[in-house]
Design a protein around this ligand. Structure first.
Ligand SMILES: [Mg+2]
Length: 208
């Protein structure tokens, strides 16, 4: 790896374990938003979210396309969770990221404000050189190629110099298709050509 490499770090369920922390609450609020906005039952809302995620990459994508939802309003509502009481500063994470000799940029489908709060609360915000969030992707999320194309042009990088670290198989798969390298974190189904780590603490093994 050369010095120009940049690590694109997903945040939720990548920097902290799946099923814990603030994203669990965000997910509940997305459900709540869909239920109340479209007057659906919880099960119907869950089904609709699944179909939106497969067709548009996210619930927001579907709501914007089918119902003209304004993204900023949606993002403000769903990320209105008490991040600071849902996740603890993580000294171990900090010491692991401190030894990574490359630029690290947060690459997340969440809002900028939320990602900023999560990184600060984890105690790693100063180690992250930039944030590429849903606003930076024109609200078209990973795993859609658009997000990756935008990050490539924004960073003025060659795809081969970028490494995506993410807990979602689809997000890693698109990285590989775009010519980036990919690291799957803690989820089964590693695509051919990707690297795998059990949790984020293991990242030095694949990048140094
Ligand atoms: Mg994630």
């Amino acid at each position: 790896m050369n010095q120009k490499k940049t690590i694109l770090l997903d945040v939720d369920y990548t920097l902290y374990p799946r099923g814990t922390g603030p994203f669990k609450e965000v997910s509940k609020r997305i459900e709540k938003y869909v239920v109340s906005m479209l007057s659906l039952g919880l099960e119907e809302a869950r089904e609709l979210r699944k179909s939106y995620i497969s067709r548009y990459g996210s619930t927001l994508g579907g709501l914007m396309h089918d119902h003209g939802v304004r993204p900023h309003e949606f993002l403000r509502y769903v990320h209105d969770v008490p991040v600071e009481s849902l996740i603890k500063p993580d000294e171990k994470l900090r010491s692991v990221l401190e030894i990574i000799p490359y630029d690290m940029v947060a690459f997340s489908n969440a809002s900028r404000d939320y990602v900023d709060r999560v990184l600060k609360q984890l105690g790693v915000a100063d180690l992250i050189s930039g944030m590429f969030t849903i606003e930076s992707m024109d609200f078209i999320p990973k795993p859609m190629k658009h997000a990756y194309r935008k990050v490539i042009s924004t960073l003025d990088a060659k795809p081969g110099d970028l490494m995506v670290v993410d807990d979602m198989v689809e997000n890693v798969l698109t990285a590989l298709k775009m010519g980036m390298s990919g690291v799957l974190v803690g989820t089964s189904g590693k695509p051919r050509g990707a690297l795998y780590i059990n949790d984020i603490y293991d990242i030095p093994r694949v990048v140094t």
